[in-house]
Design a binder for this molecule. Sequence first.
Ligand SMILES: NC(=O)c1ccc[n+]([C@@H]2O[C@H](COP(=O)([O-])OP(=O)(O)OC[C@H]3O[C@@H](n4cnc5c(N)ncnc54)[C@H](O)[C@@H]3O)[C@@H](O)[C@H]2O)c1
Length: 260
Amino acid sequence: MAGRLAGRRAVITGGAGGIGRAIAAAYLREGASVIITDIDGAAAEETAAALSSAGAISAIQCDVTSLADTRALATEANNRLGGVNVLVNNAGLSGRALITKIEEELIDALLAVNLKGVILCAQAFAQTMYEEGDAVMINMSSQAGKRGWPELSVYGATKAGVLGMNRALAVELAPRVRVNAICPGYISDVGMAWRGWEARSNIEGGTAGDIGENFAAENIPLQRLQSADDIANTAVFLASDEAREITGDAINVGGGVVMD
Ligand SMILES: NC(=O)c1ccc[n+]([C@@H]2O[C@H](COP(=O)([O-])OP(=O)(O)OC[C@H]3O[C@@H](n4cnc5c(N)ncnc54)[C@H](O)[C@@H]3O)[C@@H](O)[C@H]2O)c1
C-alpha cells in the first residue's frame, strides 16, 4: 500500500537530533525519500544508517548558519533526490538564561541557528520548490514562540521570528508551496527539553522523568509531556495531501499549553 507521503522527497535539518530523527523515521514509514542534514555530519550519517532499513535515506553535513553550506546542501539534495518538495526546517539550539544574565555569545548563537538558519534554508530551497509546485515547507517553532516562559526570552524571540517568516512565506510562495509551522510542547523522551531536565536532575536530585512529569502536571492541561512521535505525526500530516488547504498556520502540539 502506498504511504501517505509517496512521491515526497524531503530534506530534514537537524535530522540527527531527537525530533528530526523521529520525523525522518515517520517520513520513511509513509513512503517519502529522505535526506537528513545536521551540523554534526557523523551523527547524521549514523542516523541515516540506523534508519536505512525503512527506506531511502541519506545524510549531508550542513551548518544552517552558513550561506555557503545551505546553498551547497540545496544543490546536492536536489541532485540526489531529483528535486526536493518537502523542506523541514527543524535544526535548533536551546539556551535558557535570565535576560539580565544572558551572554552575548548565546544571544548570537540562538539568533544564528534558530532564526538566520531557518531563513537561509528557506532561501536556498524556495526557488526550486516553487518551480516544482505542490511543495511543502515546515518550520519548527515552539510554544515559547507564542507565550512567555522565564529564561526563554531570546529563544522565544527566535521562535516568534520563525512564525513571522512562516506567515510571510506562506503568502509569497503561494499557491505552489504550502508553508506551515509546528509549535511543539515539551518532549518527554529525547531532545533539548529532556536534556534540560537531565541537567536539572543532576543539580537538584530526582529523576529527569519526574521533573518533566511534575512540570506537566502543573502546567499542561492534558497533564502529560509530548513525544517526538507526536511532533513527527504532525509533520507527516502537514506534508501530506490531507493538509492541502492549510498554509500559513502554526499548529500547537503541546497538550493545551497554548490555545490560539
Ligand atoms: N524538545 C523540545 O521539547 C522542543 C520543544 C519545542 C521546540 N523544539 C524545537 O524542535 C527542534 C528540534 O529540537 P530537538 O529537541 O530535537 O533538539 P536536538 O538538540 O535533539 O536536535 C537539534 C539538532 O539540530 C542540530 N543543529 C544545531 N545547530 C545546527 C546548525 N548550526 N546547523 C545544522 N544543524 C544544527 C543539532 O546537531 C541537533 O542534531 C528545534 O528547532 C527546537 O527548538 C523542541
